[in-house]
Design a protein around this ligand. Structure first.
Ligand SMILES: [Zn+2]
Length: 62
C-alpha cells in the first residue's frame, strides 16, 4: 500500500495529497481541490521562489 503523506508547500500554502494512480490532489486554502497542473498555473508559476515543492509540470518552458 502506498504511503499517503500530505505535503504542504511552504511558499504557496497549499496541501498536496498523493492519490496513487489518480495522481496528486491539491487542496487550496479555499476553493475546491484540484490538480498539480492547476496549482502550477494558478499559484506556483507566479511565485517562483525557492522552497516551492510544486515545480513545473514540464510543459511550461521558461
Ligand atoms: Zn508552491
Amino acid at each position: 500500500m502506498a504511503e499517503t503523506v500530505t505535503q504542504t508547500c511552504p511558499v504557496c500554502q497549499v496541501k498536496i495529497v498523493p492519490c496513487g494512480v489518480m495522481g496528486d490532489r491539491v487542496e487550496f486554502a479555499f476553493g475546491a481541490p484540484s490538480t498539480r497542473d492547476v496549482l502550477w498555473q494558478r499559484v506556483c508559476r507566479h511565485t517562483q521562489k525557492n522552497g516551492c515543492i510544486n515545480k513545473g509540470t514540464g510543459n511550461t518552458a521558461l
